[in-house]
Write a protein that binds this ligand. Structure first.
Ligand code: G1P
Length: 316
Protein backbone atom coordinates (compact mmCIF):
# COMPACT_ATOMS: atom_id res chain seq x y z
CA UNK A 1 0.00 0.00 0.00
CA UNK A 2 1.35 3.41 -0.96
CA UNK A 3 2.07 6.31 1.30
CA UNK A 4 -1.06 7.89 2.63
CA UNK A 5 -0.69 11.41 3.89
CA UNK A 6 -3.06 13.44 6.01
CA UNK A 7 -5.22 13.79 2.94
CA UNK A 8 -4.93 10.82 0.60
CA UNK A 9 -6.06 11.76 -2.89
CA UNK A 10 -6.76 8.33 -4.35
CA UNK A 11 -10.25 6.84 -4.36
CA UNK A 12 -9.97 3.35 -2.88
CA UNK A 13 -13.16 2.81 -0.92
CA UNK A 14 -16.79 2.37 -1.82
CA UNK A 15 -19.67 3.02 0.55
CA UNK A 16 -23.02 1.35 -0.05
CA UNK A 17 -25.92 2.60 2.06
CA UNK A 18 -28.14 -0.41 2.74
CA UNK A 19 -30.10 0.46 5.86
CA UNK A 20 -33.42 1.25 4.16
CA UNK A 21 -36.54 -0.62 5.24
CA UNK A 22 -37.68 -1.53 1.74
CA UNK A 23 -41.30 -0.73 2.54
CA UNK A 24 -42.21 -0.53 -1.15
CA UNK A 25 -41.65 -4.29 -1.46
CA UNK A 26 -43.58 -5.53 1.54
CA UNK A 27 -44.36 -8.26 2.35
CA UNK A 28 -41.30 -9.63 0.46
CA UNK A 29 -39.04 -7.44 2.57
CA UNK A 30 -40.59 -8.23 5.93
CA UNK A 31 -37.80 -10.68 6.83
CA UNK A 32 -35.48 -10.21 3.83
CA UNK A 33 -33.49 -7.06 3.10
CA UNK A 34 -34.58 -5.43 -0.14
CA UNK A 35 -30.95 -5.52 -1.26
CA UNK A 36 -31.22 -9.33 -1.33
CA UNK A 37 -34.14 -9.45 -3.77
CA UNK A 38 -32.98 -11.35 -6.83
CA UNK A 39 -32.45 -9.60 -10.13
CA UNK A 40 -32.64 -12.67 -12.38
CA UNK A 41 -30.48 -14.93 -10.19
CA UNK A 42 -28.24 -12.58 -8.23
CA UNK A 43 -29.23 -10.37 -5.32
CA UNK A 44 -29.41 -6.73 -6.38
CA UNK A 45 -26.61 -5.79 -3.99
CA UNK A 46 -24.14 -8.13 -5.70
CA UNK A 47 -24.41 -6.18 -8.96
CA UNK A 48 -23.50 -3.04 -7.04
CA UNK A 49 -20.50 -4.63 -5.30
CA UNK A 50 -19.33 -6.04 -8.64
CA UNK A 51 -19.53 -2.56 -10.13
CA UNK A 52 -17.41 -1.10 -7.32
CA UNK A 53 -14.83 -3.84 -7.74
CA UNK A 54 -14.74 -3.36 -11.52
CA UNK A 55 -13.92 0.32 -10.86
CA UNK A 56 -10.97 -0.74 -8.70
CA UNK A 57 -12.71 -0.28 -5.35
CA UNK A 58 -12.46 -3.60 -3.57
CA UNK A 59 -12.76 -2.07 -0.11
CA UNK A 60 -16.51 -1.86 0.36
CA UNK A 61 -18.31 -0.52 3.41
CA UNK A 62 -21.97 -1.32 3.78
CA UNK A 63 -24.02 0.89 6.00
CA UNK A 64 -26.64 -1.47 7.36
CA UNK A 65 -29.16 -1.69 10.15
CA UNK A 66 -31.46 -4.13 11.89
CA UNK A 67 -32.45 -7.17 9.86
CA UNK A 68 -29.57 -6.91 7.41
CA UNK A 69 -27.70 -10.03 8.52
CA UNK A 70 -28.40 -11.82 5.22
CA UNK A 71 -26.15 -9.26 3.51
CA UNK A 72 -23.24 -10.29 5.70
CA UNK A 73 -23.98 -13.96 5.09
CA UNK A 74 -24.13 -13.43 1.35
CA UNK A 75 -20.64 -11.94 1.18
CA UNK A 76 -19.22 -14.52 3.58
CA UNK A 77 -18.24 -18.15 3.09
CA UNK A 78 -21.02 -20.76 3.29
CA UNK A 79 -19.14 -23.86 4.34
CA UNK A 80 -22.03 -26.31 4.56
CA UNK A 81 -23.44 -25.28 1.21
CA UNK A 82 -19.99 -25.37 -0.38
CA UNK A 83 -19.34 -28.81 1.06
CA UNK A 84 -22.68 -30.13 -0.22
CA UNK A 85 -22.01 -28.80 -3.72
CA UNK A 86 -18.48 -30.21 -3.66
CA UNK A 87 -19.82 -33.65 -2.70
CA UNK A 88 -22.30 -33.47 -5.55
CA UNK A 89 -19.51 -32.50 -7.92
CA UNK A 90 -21.43 -29.34 -8.91
CA UNK A 91 -18.37 -27.21 -9.53
CA UNK A 92 -20.23 -24.55 -11.49
CA UNK A 93 -22.60 -23.69 -8.66
CA UNK A 94 -19.79 -24.05 -6.15
CA UNK A 95 -17.86 -21.38 -8.02
CA UNK A 96 -20.93 -19.10 -8.02
CA UNK A 97 -21.38 -19.53 -4.28
CA UNK A 98 -17.71 -18.83 -3.60
CA UNK A 99 -17.61 -15.87 -5.96
CA UNK A 100 -19.65 -13.53 -3.76
CA UNK A 101 -17.45 -14.20 -0.75
CA UNK A 102 -14.23 -13.59 -2.67
CA UNK A 103 -15.46 -10.58 -4.57
CA UNK A 104 -14.46 -7.77 -2.25
CA UNK A 105 -13.22 -6.86 1.16
CA UNK A 106 -16.62 -6.06 2.65
CA UNK A 107 -17.00 -4.16 5.92
CA UNK A 108 -20.14 -3.24 7.83
CA UNK A 109 -21.26 -0.40 10.01
CA UNK A 110 -24.71 0.13 11.41
CA UNK A 111 -26.66 3.31 10.95
CA UNK A 112 -28.76 2.74 14.07
CA UNK A 113 -31.35 5.42 13.42
CA UNK A 114 -32.76 6.04 9.95
CA UNK A 115 -31.97 9.73 9.62
CA UNK A 116 -31.50 9.86 5.86
CA UNK A 117 -28.94 9.25 3.15
CA UNK A 118 -26.69 12.06 4.39
CA UNK A 119 -26.62 10.50 7.83
CA UNK A 120 -25.88 7.05 6.35
CA UNK A 121 -22.89 8.50 4.51
CA UNK A 122 -21.73 10.19 7.70
CA UNK A 123 -21.65 6.76 9.40
CA UNK A 124 -18.87 5.87 6.95
CA UNK A 125 -16.54 8.62 8.20
CA UNK A 126 -14.39 6.52 10.59
CA UNK A 127 -13.86 3.82 7.95
CA UNK A 128 -13.20 6.15 5.03
CA UNK A 129 -10.84 8.61 6.69
CA UNK A 130 -9.38 11.64 4.93
CA UNK A 131 -9.64 10.47 1.32
CA UNK A 132 -12.14 10.86 -1.49
CA UNK A 133 -14.50 7.88 -1.75
CA UNK A 134 -17.34 6.54 -3.84
CA UNK A 135 -20.96 6.07 -2.81
CA UNK A 136 -23.18 3.62 -4.69
CA UNK A 137 -26.92 3.44 -4.08
CA UNK A 138 -28.41 0.00 -4.49
CA UNK A 139 -31.64 1.07 -6.20
CA UNK A 140 -29.70 2.05 -9.31
CA UNK A 141 -27.96 -0.61 -11.35
CA UNK A 142 -25.51 0.58 -14.00
CA UNK A 143 -24.98 -1.77 -16.91
CA UNK A 144 -21.46 -3.18 -16.77
CA UNK A 145 -21.14 -2.50 -20.50
CA UNK A 146 -21.49 1.26 -19.83
CA UNK A 147 -19.06 1.93 -16.97
CA UNK A 148 -19.75 5.19 -15.14
CA UNK A 149 -17.75 5.12 -11.93
CA UNK A 150 -14.28 5.05 -13.58
CA UNK A 151 -15.12 8.26 -15.48
CA UNK A 152 -16.31 9.91 -12.26
CA UNK A 153 -13.12 8.88 -10.45
CA UNK A 154 -11.05 10.39 -13.29
CA UNK A 155 -12.94 13.68 -13.06
CA UNK A 156 -12.45 13.74 -9.28
CA UNK A 157 -8.74 13.15 -9.74
CA UNK A 158 -8.40 15.94 -12.31
CA UNK A 159 -10.65 18.55 -10.74
CA UNK A 160 -10.75 17.64 -7.04
CA UNK A 161 -13.86 18.14 -4.94
CA UNK A 162 -16.85 15.89 -5.48
CA UNK A 163 -18.54 14.40 -8.53
CA UNK A 164 -22.16 13.42 -9.08
CA UNK A 165 -23.72 11.45 -11.93
CA UNK A 166 -26.46 13.20 -13.86
CA UNK A 167 -29.06 12.02 -16.32
CA UNK A 168 -31.59 14.01 -18.30
CA UNK A 169 -35.12 13.17 -17.21
CA UNK A 170 -38.59 14.18 -18.27
CA UNK A 171 -39.39 17.37 -16.28
CA UNK A 172 -42.36 15.51 -14.79
CA UNK A 173 -39.90 13.09 -13.14
CA UNK A 174 -37.60 15.66 -11.53
CA UNK A 175 -39.48 15.54 -8.23
CA UNK A 176 -38.15 12.01 -7.68
CA UNK A 177 -34.49 13.05 -7.70
CA UNK A 178 -31.91 15.52 -6.55
CA UNK A 179 -31.77 18.15 -9.27
CA UNK A 180 -28.73 20.17 -10.39
CA UNK A 181 -28.20 23.65 -11.82
CA UNK A 182 -25.09 23.47 -13.96
CA UNK A 183 -22.75 25.43 -16.17
CA UNK A 184 -20.39 24.08 -18.84
CA UNK A 185 -16.91 22.89 -17.89
CA UNK A 186 -13.82 22.66 -20.08
CA UNK A 187 -14.51 18.96 -20.58
CA UNK A 188 -17.01 17.28 -22.88
CA UNK A 189 -19.71 15.43 -20.93
CA UNK A 190 -18.73 17.09 -17.65
CA UNK A 191 -20.50 20.09 -16.09
CA UNK A 192 -19.85 22.30 -13.12
CA UNK A 193 -22.66 22.06 -10.57
CA UNK A 194 -23.69 25.49 -9.29
CA UNK A 195 -26.71 24.52 -7.21
CA UNK A 196 -28.65 21.46 -6.05
CA UNK A 197 -32.19 20.89 -4.82
CA UNK A 198 -33.48 17.65 -3.34
CA UNK A 199 -36.69 16.47 -5.03
CA UNK A 200 -38.02 19.84 -6.20
CA UNK A 201 -41.52 20.41 -7.53
CA UNK A 202 -41.39 20.63 -11.33
CA UNK A 203 -42.00 24.39 -11.13
CA UNK A 204 -38.98 24.99 -8.85
CA UNK A 205 -36.53 22.65 -10.60
CA UNK A 206 -33.42 24.45 -11.86
CA UNK A 207 -33.07 21.97 -14.75
CA UNK A 208 -34.08 18.49 -15.85
CA UNK A 209 -30.72 17.07 -14.77
CA UNK A 210 -31.27 14.43 -12.10
CA UNK A 211 -28.73 12.93 -9.73
CA UNK A 212 -28.51 9.15 -9.96
CA UNK A 213 -27.06 6.90 -7.30
CA UNK A 214 -23.32 7.20 -7.92
CA UNK A 215 -21.12 9.74 -6.18
CA UNK A 216 -17.43 10.39 -5.70
CA UNK A 217 -17.12 12.56 -2.61
CA UNK A 218 -14.45 14.70 -1.05
CA UNK A 219 -13.87 13.80 2.62
CA UNK A 220 -14.87 17.36 3.57
CA UNK A 221 -18.42 16.15 3.01
CA UNK A 222 -18.31 14.58 6.49
CA UNK A 223 -17.81 17.90 8.27
CA UNK A 224 -20.49 19.47 6.13
CA UNK A 225 -22.91 16.62 6.88
CA UNK A 226 -22.35 17.08 10.62
CA UNK A 227 -23.59 20.65 10.21
CA UNK A 228 -26.38 19.92 7.74
CA UNK A 229 -29.84 20.24 9.32
CA UNK A 230 -32.62 17.84 8.34
CA UNK A 231 -34.05 18.79 4.96
CA UNK A 232 -36.65 17.27 2.68
CA UNK A 233 -38.73 14.66 4.55
CA UNK A 234 -37.03 15.60 7.84
CA UNK A 235 -33.94 13.64 6.76
CA UNK A 236 -30.31 14.70 6.54
CA UNK A 237 -29.87 14.94 2.80
CA UNK A 238 -26.63 14.24 0.95
CA UNK A 239 -27.88 16.61 -1.74
CA UNK A 240 -27.94 19.48 0.80
CA UNK A 241 -24.35 18.79 1.87
CA UNK A 242 -23.25 18.71 -1.77
CA UNK A 243 -25.00 22.02 -2.32
CA UNK A 244 -22.77 23.53 0.37
CA UNK A 245 -19.66 21.99 -1.21
CA UNK A 246 -20.69 23.24 -4.67
CA UNK A 247 -20.15 26.81 -3.47
CA UNK A 248 -16.68 26.15 -2.09
CA UNK A 249 -13.20 26.44 -3.56
CA UNK A 250 -10.97 23.44 -4.07
CA UNK A 251 -8.98 23.95 -0.86
CA UNK A 252 -12.22 23.92 1.17
CA UNK A 253 -13.59 20.68 -0.27
CA UNK A 254 -15.27 22.10 -3.39
CA UNK A 255 -16.23 22.22 -6.15
CA UNK A 256 -18.86 19.76 -7.40
CA UNK A 257 -18.85 18.49 -10.96
CA UNK A 258 -21.39 16.36 -12.78
CA UNK A 259 -20.69 13.57 -15.23
CA UNK A 260 -23.52 13.24 -17.75
CA UNK A 261 -24.47 9.59 -18.05
CA UNK A 262 -26.10 8.35 -21.22
CA UNK A 263 -25.60 4.62 -20.72
CA UNK A 264 -27.95 1.91 -19.60
CA UNK A 265 -29.28 2.27 -16.08
CA UNK A 266 -31.82 0.08 -14.36
CA UNK A 267 -33.97 1.27 -11.53
CA UNK A 268 -34.99 -1.37 -9.00
CA UNK A 269 -36.56 1.11 -6.56
CA UNK A 270 -40.20 0.20 -7.01
CA UNK A 271 -42.15 -2.80 -8.20
CA UNK A 272 -42.72 -1.78 -11.81
CA UNK A 273 -39.09 -0.67 -12.25
CA UNK A 274 -37.89 -3.85 -10.60
CA UNK A 275 -39.92 -5.98 -13.02
CA UNK A 276 -38.62 -4.01 -16.01
CA UNK A 277 -35.05 -4.48 -14.79
CA UNK A 278 -35.44 -8.22 -14.51
CA UNK A 279 -37.01 -8.53 -17.98
CA UNK A 280 -34.32 -6.38 -19.61
CA UNK A 281 -31.44 -8.17 -17.94
CA UNK A 282 -32.92 -11.61 -18.54
CA UNK A 283 -33.33 -10.83 -22.24
CA UNK A 284 -29.64 -9.86 -22.43
CA UNK A 285 -28.40 -13.10 -20.87
CA UNK A 286 -26.84 -15.60 -23.26
CA UNK A 287 -28.11 -18.58 -21.27
CA UNK A 288 -31.68 -17.33 -20.71
CA UNK A 289 -32.26 -14.58 -23.22
CA UNK A 290 -33.13 -16.36 -26.47
CA UNK A 291 -35.72 -18.67 -24.93
CA UNK A 292 -37.16 -16.03 -22.62
CA UNK A 293 -37.43 -13.44 -25.39
CA UNK A 294 -39.20 -15.92 -27.66
CA UNK A 295 -41.69 -16.63 -24.88
CA UNK A 296 -42.11 -12.91 -24.17
CA UNK A 297 -42.94 -12.16 -27.80
CA UNK A 298 -45.57 -14.89 -27.83
CA UNK A 299 -46.96 -13.75 -24.51
CA UNK A 300 -47.30 -10.15 -25.68
CA UNK A 301 -48.78 -11.22 -29.03
CA UNK A 302 -51.36 -13.45 -27.32
CA UNK A 303 -52.24 -10.59 -24.98
CA UNK A 304 -52.76 -8.22 -27.91
CA UNK A 305 -55.02 -10.70 -29.64
CA UNK A 306 -57.07 -11.15 -26.47
CA UNK A 307 -57.29 -7.39 -25.94
CA UNK A 308 -58.32 -6.73 -29.54
CA UNK A 309 -61.08 -9.30 -29.46
CA UNK A 310 -62.30 -7.90 -26.13
CA UNK A 311 -62.43 -4.45 -27.74
CA UNK A 312 -64.30 -5.87 -30.75
CA UNK A 313 -66.81 -7.56 -28.49
CA UNK A 314 -67.36 -4.41 -26.47
CA UNK A 315 -67.79 -2.16 -29.51
CA UNK A 316 -69.40 -4.52 -32.03
C1 G1P B 1 -31.56 9.59 -3.32
C2 G1P B 1 -31.05 11.02 -3.30
C3 G1P B 1 -31.49 11.77 -4.55
C4 G1P B 1 -31.05 11.00 -5.77
C5 G1P B 1 -31.55 9.55 -5.72
C6 G1P B 1 -30.95 8.74 -6.84
O1 G1P B 1 -32.97 9.61 -3.19
O2 G1P B 1 -31.52 11.68 -2.13
O3 G1P B 1 -30.93 13.06 -4.57
O4 G1P B 1 -31.54 11.64 -6.93
O5 G1P B 1 -31.18 8.91 -4.51
O6 G1P B 1 -31.47 7.45 -6.90
P1 G1P B 1 -33.83 8.28 -2.89
O7 G1P B 1 -34.08 7.66 -4.22
O8 G1P B 1 -33.03 7.43 -1.99
O9 G1P B 1 -35.09 8.79 -2.26
Amino acid sequence: MGHSGAHDSIVRKAVIPAAGLGTRFLPATKATPKEMLPVVDKPAIQYVVEEAVAAGLSDVLMVTGRGKRPLEDHFDRAYELEEALREKGDSERLAEVQRSSELADVHYVRQGVPKGLGHAVLCAAPHVGPAPFAVLLGDDLIDERDPLLPAMIEVQKAKGGSVVALIEVDPAQVHLYGCAAVEPSDQEGVVRVTDLVEKPDAADAPSNLAIIGRYVLAPEVFDVLRDTPPGRGGEIQLTDALRTLAGRSRDEGGPVHGVLFRGRRYDTGDKADYLRTIVRLACDRDDLGPEFLAWLRQFVAARSVAENSAVREATG
